[in-house]
Design a protein around this ligand. Sequence first.
Ligand code: NAD
Length: 357
Amino acid sequence: MSLFLDQFTTTIPAMRVRFGAGVRHKVGEEMDALGLKRTLILTTPQQADTGAEFATLLGPRAAGLFPKAAMHTPTAISEEATALALQLGADCVLAIGGGSTTGLGKAIALRTDLPQIVIPTTYAGSEATGILGQTEYGRKTTITTPKVQPEVILYDAELVRTLPVAMTVTSALNAMAHATEGLYAQNRSPLTTLMAIEGLRAFRDALPRVRDNPDDLTARGETLYGAWLCGTVLGTVGMAVHHKLCHTLGGSFDLPHAETHSVILPHAVAYNEQAAAQELAPITEIFGGPTPGQALHAFAVRMQAPLALRDLGMKEGDLDRATEIALQNAYWNPRPVQSGALRQLLQAAWSGDAPRA
Ligand code: NAD
């Protein structure tokens, strides 16, 4: 497959990345390099103990710990955390966790311009983007601005080791969805395509090893490398029907984020595989299989990922409404997004059938 494009324009986000098992111990060094003195540490309630370990590690550089990050970045929590950061005189934030915690750090940066250091513990990829999704009164809105792009990312395989296997798999498929849609993005460049292919390869090679042995730090490191690449693709190009469907199902039907990505991915790819045949060719090259959708479905089966929306709590009677909502403000997609075809896609995803060739 040729990466050559006649024309392209690309803006690659500026970020400093440090990588390696144990690299979390360099947080203080990174703060010093940026002239930062006091950080507010952010985690979810479930990861508060990890936050407390960082408070000990950082000593006087830790201004405080706010362990209340929540899924979809509710604005009330962001405002409470922002007020605390200002009250404590924090000059930066340290987010340790998945996309929810990174989202809280971004929400504080949006309100205060405080620099962000992120230590990701899932593969969601939010740390590599200038995108923030927030919820207020049950409504999710997304903004894209360099103001929320984190300054420093520390990828430490030792911290992702505790991610339970089921979440490891769905989070990896979430990351792979960014790369897959990046392959056919309208504003892709040869560099984003290279990153997408390399990210997908990293997950193909390392995820089965992590499944077999979640403590395998080398394999965990390779999956984090994949997450960085896939997240950078997400932060650089536009997403299409797959992400639109996942935002619809998460936002309006409260389906879980990473699991929904896992279920939808093979079906969204099958939807686009004729319109973007050349762009999706790397998927069958990397994963084998007769078609890109079937190749990703087979990988998901092998990884024992969830396969059906009905198993995530989606009601069959809601599929018509989901189709209607997904058609509103549709994102650009290689194949026109049509009501009947989208409804069929959702039906197949609801049942958990393999996508048809
Ligand atoms: P998450 O951050 O909500 O984490 C899920 C749960 O797993 C939490 O309880 C968390 O504490 C726990 N957890 C995380 N890492 C762990 C570890 N290593 N060990 C044990 N437990 C761990 O889940 P997520 O899938 O990473 O993020 C989802 C959120 O991120 C969604 O709100 C989504 O919209 C957002 N997101 C945003 C972007 C962006 O670019 N803005 C990109 C991807 C995801």
